[in-house]
Design a protein around this ligand. Structure first.
Ligand SMILES: *Cc1c(COP(=O)(O)O)cnc(C)c1O
Length: 461
């Protein structure tokens, strides 16, 4: 054991940035269920995915066995411009809480996109370029993913077409301009540019759009334009793989000081940051080498893990994407307009769903005003202005630290601080003005979503 004081920021050197991603599926005894073709209900083959996704990314998506995958040099070169990200000791927060717990957080907001999403955007843009494609299409809701992808496409000289949910496009003009600065075209969705957009506008004049609708438009544009593919910023196995860089760095930093976390906490929207943060720790747990408490935190308004069903379901509202076996609220579930845009997805990563189902991790849900109370406390003590999504993890970390205060236990807590909240000041304003509500869906509300989960033999839930 070292007696040295643990620094506020544990930085790795540039040379210590991991050169391989870690694929936690390799250590899972029960593998995540395969994606199914919604027409045939058979596992999707690589060739069926090829018109939509890039080849190399499909290979990563389907690879349940290779534990370590080399990070191509070109991606490493860009990672070096904003990584390693710091692993921070929250001394000031600990003091304010009066807890004997030791709190660490891995901060992923130190790049212009303001979140961890750049880690996967770079990988996806790189493989698209390597395949000789002209460009990629995607959807964005709150805008973090679109921003990260725009940056990655600028770097690898690819065209980037972003379909942005119309309400966000109008309410977040600054996000839009950041994307355009990096050269992306940003179209409010639904648009008149696509068949599906025109149909939705004809059926629902004046609609402000949804993520599901934006996905449908982005997929249509990718499949109808030569040299384009569709990319997605969360949920998929490949995205968790790329995000494993978060956990690998955090573990390397903690290992330097012989620190072993007792509890690891992350917010969960589609599961990519949490999956990435926990991957190397979960690997040890799966191999029986170590034990950790791992906690997923989700909004009480969109409780996929804590109140959802474990079943095959569509990933999009338009029901054009493959079926994934996951904890889901049903693809038709529309969460109340809470302010953590990145946590409003109805489903969850199939990897995390299987791990949760098999008892390797826990989940909890938190209410919005409690989240913003935690965000404000964190900003005032640690100085970083957290994203509302990230603040779900802060809330749970604070709650665990307060339990330690009661019991006197000196537990070590690690949580993922996924990003900054500069574009979320309308939400902070609502909180400060006392205008924020804590909507929790009733069982009846949830049943409406569950009714839309496809029914077929073997998909009982
Ligand atoms: C997108 C986003 C999330 C949620 O996505 P996951 O795939 O669950 O990680 C969390 N925090 C921030 C800042 C985000 O942008």
């Amino acid at each position: 054991m070292t007696t040295e004081k643990i620094p506020y920021k544990i930085y790795l050197s540039e040379d210590e940035i991991p050169k391989q991603w870690y694929n936690v599926r390799a250590d899972m005894k029960v593998k995540p269920a395969p994606l199914l073709n919604p027409g045939t209900l058979q596992p999707l083959k690589a060739e069926e995915l090829a018109p939509i996704f890039c080849e190399e990314l499909i290979a990563q998506e389907l690879d349940n066995d290779t534990a370590y995958i080399d990070i191509p040099e070109e991606i490493q070169e860009y990672y070096k411009t904003y990584r390693p990200s710091p692993t921070m000791r929250a001394y000031h927060l600990e003091k304010a809480l009066g807890t004997p717990a030791k709190i660490y957080y891995k901060f992923e907001g130190n790049n212009t996109s303001g979140s961890h999403k750049l880690n996967s955007a770079l990988a996806q843009a790189y493989y698209a370029k390597k395949q000789g494609l002209k460009g990629v299409t995607t959807e964005t809701g709150a805008g973090q993913w679109g921003t990260a992808l725009s940056m990655a496409c600028a770097y690898f000289d690819l065209d980037c077409k972003v379909y942005m949910v119309k309400v966000s496009y109008e309410q977040k003009p600054f996000r839009r301009e950041v994307m355009r600065t990096y050269g992306a075209s940003v179209t409010p969705s639904p648009s008149m540019e696509t068949e599906v957009g025109r149909k939705i506008l004809a059926d629902h004049p004046g609609t402000t759009g949804s993520l599901g609708c934006a996905i449908s438009e982005a997929v249509e544009v990718a499949t109808k334009n030569e040299g384009y593919r569709y990319v997605l910023g969360s949920v998929l196995n490949q995205v968790l793989l790329h995000q494993s860089i978060i956990g690998l760095e955090a573990k390397a930093a903690l290992d330097k000081y012989n620190i072993t976390p007792d509890i690891i906490i992350g917010c969960a929207g589609g599961g990519s940051n949490l999956g990435g943060l926990i991957s190397p720790f979960m690997g040890e747990k799966l191999r029986g080498e170590k034990n950790y408490r791992i906690i997923a935190v989700e909004p009480a308004s969109c409780p996929s893990f804590t109140r959802g069903k474990f079943a095959y379901d569509f990933c999009d509202t338009g029901m054009i994407c493959p079926l994934a076996k996951m904890y889901t609220l049903g693809s038709g579930f529309i969460p109340s307009p809470n302010h953590a845009g990145g946590l409003r997805f109805h489903g969850m990563s199939t990897i995390l769903s299987q791990l949760y189902h098999d008892g390797y991790m826990e989940a909890t849900s938190v209410e919005q005003t409690a989240v913003f109370e935690a965000a404000e406390m964190f900003a005032r003590t640690e100085g970083i202005l957290p994203a509302p999504e990230s603040s779900h993890a802060i809330r749970a970390a604070i709650d665990e630290a307060l339990k330690c205060k009661e019991t006197g236990e000196e537990k070590t807590i690690l949580f993922g601080l996924t990003g900054t909240g500069y574009f979320d000041m309308v939400a902070y304003e609502k909180f400060h003005n006392g205008d924020m509500s804590d909507y929790i869906p009733t069982d009846e509300d949830l049943q409406v979503g569950f009714n839309g989960i496809p029914k077929f033999p073997g998909n009982e839930f």
